[in-house]
Design a protein around this ligand. Structure first.
Ligand code: SF4
Ligand code: SF4
Length: 67
């Protein structure tokens, strides 16, 4: 999975959920209203979520096939 969320750092601010142009994230009450990476295959590694996360809770791994 190219996108990982560190739930120890995430404060559930919804910025990534609101900003992602590909709707990769969903918000799920079962995880205490924190985002879930629901459609990882849709991610095109733009880095917006990584840049905008105020807690640096998102880690992006660029797959080798991307290059
Ligand atoms: S890197 Fe871009 S496309 Fe991928 S989850 Fe983050 S905001 Fe969405
Ligand atoms: S932007 Fe960061 S802190 Fe905010 S909901 Fe997303 S992962 Fe959590």
């Amino acid at each position: 999975m190219p996108i990982k969320i560190d739930y120890e750092k995430c404060i559930g601010c919804r910025i990534c959920y609101n900003d992602c142009p590909m709707d990769v994230f969903t918000m799920d009450d079962e995880t205490d209203s924190k985002p879930v990476v629901a459609y990882a295959e849709e991610c095109w590694h733009c880095g917006i979520c990584w840049m905008d996360c105020p807690k640096r809770a998102i880690d992006i791994t660029i797959p080798a096939s991307f290059w």
